[in-house]
Structures are given as C-alpha cells and as structure tokens.
Design a protein around this ligand. Structure first.
Ligand code: HEM
Length: 471
C-alpha cells in the first residue's frame, strides 16, 4: 500500500479487499468508521474508494474543483459512449448542461405551474389506484412508479401516458432494466484486467453487455421520437417544456464553437433525468408509507395536520409548505432514515491531492457515506428512532436542520432535481394520506430492513400493506 493513503482495507493484488462476512455494506462502513475515523479507504478490485463520514469534510471535498468529476467507468460507456448529458459528463460540457437544467427546472416548476398541476393530477390518479386495492393486503402498486415517470415525461416533453398504456409499462421495465444493468456493467471496471484475460465474448455475455445496446436503443427511441416531434412543432414564442428549451438554446448557439449542445446530447440528458429522478423519488415515497404504517400515531398526527390545512378535495401546492410543518418533518425524517443512496454517488479525484491530511491519488473514487452520516450520534440523538419531532422547534415550526443531513449530497454536483423531488414528495404524501390510511395486515410484521439484494441503494423490501379509504 503506497504511503500516505487513508487507513482502511487494501487487500490482495487484483481483487483488493473481499469481505468475508455476512454484515451488510452499510454495517461494514459503520465498523470501518468506528475503527478508522471520518476518512478511510477500501480497495475493491484495483479501484481505490475513499469514504467520507463527516459533514464538513464532505462539503470541503465536494466543493473543490479536483473532486467534481464522475468516476470514469468503461461500463457506463455502453449506455452513453461519449459521456454526454449531465450525470456522467465532466468539465465544460457538464457545467453547461447543469446550468441549463437547473434553469429549466426552476422555470418549469415555479408557482402555479403546469408541472405542479401535473404532479397533483398524477397523485390523484395514484389515489384512485390505491382505492381499488382497499381492504385487502397488497404491495404498493407499480402505478406509483408510472406516476413518477409521468411527472418526468411532463417536464421533459409536456406529455403524460395513460397509466393503462402498455407503452409506459414497457418504458418502466426498460428503465428498471437499465438501472439493474448499470450495476452489473461496471463490475469489470473494478477489475480491468478481466478485459485482458477473458475473451470479449465471455465478458459481453457474463456482464450483460450484449443485451445493453438493444435495450439502450429501445429506450432512446422514445426520446428521439419526441425530440423529432418537438422539432416539427416548436414555436419559439411559446416554449412548452424542457425539450423546447433545449432546442431553442441549441439554435441560439449554433454559430458558437464552444457550444456543447446537440440532439445526441439532449437524448442522453433526458435519459439522465429519468435515471436520476425515477427510482429515487418512487422509493422515498414507498419508505414514507412504510414508516407511517409502522407508526400509526405519527400517521394520525400528520393526517390531522393535512385535514386542517387542506379541506377534502383540495391539493397541496408549494405555498402550503409552511402550514404543513409536521408533514415536512415526516418527509425529512424519512429521507434521513432511509438514506436511499446509501453510499452517495461517487466523485473522482482528477489530480493527486490531499484531503483530511491524507494523500488521495488521481483516479481515486471519493464518496460520502450517506447512511453513516444519517445515523451518526454526532448529529442525531437516538439516530435509529423514527422521530419527526426532531425537525420541529419549540414553537412546532419546521426547522430544516442541515448539519448531518445529506440525502441530496452537497457541493457543486449535488442533486440537480432537488426542488422537483421536494415538490413531488410534498404533493404525493399529502394526497395519499389525505384520502387513505396505511396499515400492516393483521398478524403480519413490516420489515424496515433494506433489501439485501442491493448494496448501493437502500431499497425497501416489497411487502403487503392494507389501504383503508378515510371517511
Ligand atoms: C428523493 C429523490 C432524490 C434523491 C434522494 C436524489 C439524490 C441525489 C444524489 C445523492 C445525487 C448525487 C449528487 C452528487 O454527485 O454529489 C443526485 C444527483 C442528481 N439528481 Fe437527484 N435525487 C432525487 C431526485 C431527483 C429528481 C426528481 C431529479 C430530476 C428529474 C434528479 C436529478 C438529478 C441529477 C440530474 C443529478 C446529477 C447532478 C450532476 O451530476 O451534476 N434527482 N441526486
């Protein structure tokens, strides 16, 4: 192990440190944190990963320019060969797309916008779907995923699918598959020597590379069709959505040699919005229903607040946020407890540098451990308790505590969709609990453990709940 690196797990040549334990990854990270402190490394294959566990240290790292790039994984290139879009792009290209996306999201989501109405209408449709399964034990319907997908479609291209349209179900399956496939595609990046010892054919089959281009083409076809349709119908005096905004910006900068805008880039950018905004929001909402089904008192208290602020038949808007402090507290506590992106989304050191007194070589992946920060006694009293009250001050006003709360990460690459995500969480949560009650089926228990099949994202386990229609 080269001198100066953070302490931690170095392991064997080629394979790095392979844990021989049944402890989950988050549990192992907590063990490592207790042993080594706020910064340590774990060599997986030949890739050095550094984990950070302290809010200030994460903030320092993620605001420094040398930690702003994404990890350069060959596996990602099978979805996007040229590192376009926003999620995987770097440098000037990333900077342009990020600025554009933030501006669009702000403009499209403001005030009484069409986007807010779209979220409200999707949440009403979802309530109707839940009502169909009232009174009998059943898992959260897949309609929740479709409703979240429709919100992103609305923002991107001003359209929504009927929830019964087979095209949206197929789209959802492709997206699920893409997310699963991305996990597998990057395995050889941890052991790049596999490329030299195994024939390409074997790698292609084992790691699913063969099927990826077919799936990518099907998925991208949705976006390409929409972009072409927008090109035909665009009215520059009346931009309708994200695609119109991008096409207009592209036209405005067509003579600018610095412009990074292109139809191909727009296709990847749209894909990124779905990848980043779909599973995250859907699963946070599932966690909220699980926590509230397990805490009936909290559920009743939140419903009492919603009933007072929103008479039946009215839906929340962003202006209601201040009048719904307890609901906001429940949402924040759910984001903290679930720590959905348990290991954060890693950044990469673009040069040899130091951090926290240690050497960080160029190419090292640097991530924040959301799950250990969210469960650290340094920031949270009784961190393993679900306590919305911790978000309220002595006057029961919501206080958005920042230190030790990093669900959307921090710094220059922090979640670009945070404002949309917060808007969706508020509107969906209020709509669901205004009309429905969620409980655990008699004789059952509800596990709040994360799905052991997924180490990087803390996904809830599919389980039955009972939905009751509120009178
Ligand atoms: C509860 C829901 C969500 C959570 C917890 C979440 C969390 C995150 C996190 C942790 C990151 C990585 C930040 C980093 O690299 O330091 C991220 C990035 C990102 N998120 Fe979200 N996100 C959510 C919803 C959304 C939504 C709805 C959208 C938009 C449709 C979105 C768009 C993005 C994009 C584009 C990035 C990449 C930003 C960049 O690389 O510059 N996210 N998100």
């Amino acid at each position: 192990k080269p001198p100066g690196l953070p302490p931690g797990r170095w392991g064997l040549p080629l394979v790095g440190y392979v844990p021989l334990t049944t402890r989950s990854i988050p549990q192992q990270l907590a063990d490592l944190r207790n042993k080594h402190g706020d910064i340590y490394m774990w060599r997986i294959g030949t890739q050095i990963q550094v984990f950070l566990h302290d809010h200030q240290l994460i903030k320092e790292a993620f605001t420094r320019p040398e930690f702003q790039d994404r990890v350069d994984f060959k596996g990602f290139r099978f979805m996007d060969p040229n590192k376009l879009g926003l999620l995987q792009s770097n440098g000037e290209h990333w900077h342009n797309n990020r600025r554009f996306t933030l501006r669009q999201l702000r403009d499209l989501g403001m005030g009484k916008s069409k986007l807010v109405s779209a979220v409200q209408s999707q949440s009403s449709l979802l309530v109707q779907e839940f009502k169909k399964q009232a009174g009998r034990p059943a898992p959260i319907p897949n309609t929740l995923s479709l409703a979240i997908i429709n919100v992103i479609w609305h923002m991107v291209s001003g359209k929504e699918f009927l929830l019964t349209d087979p095209k949206i179900t197929q789209f959802c399956q492709l997206l699920d598959e893409a997310l699963e496939r991305l996990n597998l595609l990057i395995v050889p990046d941890y052991m790049p020597w596999l490329y030299s010892v195994l024939p390409n054919k074997v790698i292609g089959r084992v790691f699913g590379i063969d099927r990826t281009s077919d799936m990518r083409n099907k998925l991208y076809k949705y976006f390409i069709d929409d972009i072409e349709e927008h090109q035909r119908t665009l009215d520059p005096n009346n931009p309708r959505d994200f695609i119109d905004g991008y096409l207009m910006e592209m036209e405005g900068r067509k003579d600018d040699p610095q412009s990074t805008l292109s139809e191909e880039d727009l296709t990847v950018l749209i894909f990124d919005l779905f990848v980043a905004g779909f599973e995250t929001t859907t699963n946070t909402l599932i966690w909220i229903t699980y926590y509230l089904a397990s805490n009936p008192q909290v559920q009743r208290k939140m419903q009492a607040e919603i009933d007072q602020v929103l008479p039946l038949g009215t839906q929340a808007t962003l202006q209601d946020r201040a009048r719904l402090p307890y609901t906001e507290a429940v949402i924040h506590e759910s984001l903290r407890r679930s720590s959905l992106l348990a290991l954060g989304v890693p950044h990469m050191a673009t040069q040899n540098t130091t951090l926290g007194g240690y050497v960080i070589p160029k190419g090292t992946s640097v991530g924040c451990s959301t799950v250990t920060v969210h469960n650290s006694c340094r920031y949270w009293d009784k961190p393993d308790h679900f306590q919305p009250e911790r978000w309220l001050d002595e006057n029961n006003k919501f206080t958005s505590k920042k230190e030790g709360f990093i669900p959307f990460s921090i710094g220059k690459r922090q979640c670009a969709g945070e404002s949309l995500a917060r808007m969706e969480l508020l509107i969906f949560t209020t709509a669901l609990f205004q009309s429905l009650n969620f409980s655990i089926p008699p004789g059952n228990t509800l596990s709040l453990e994360v799905n052991p099949g997924d180490a990087i994202v803390s996904l809830p386990i599919h389980q039955d709940l009972i939905v009751t229609i509120r009178k």
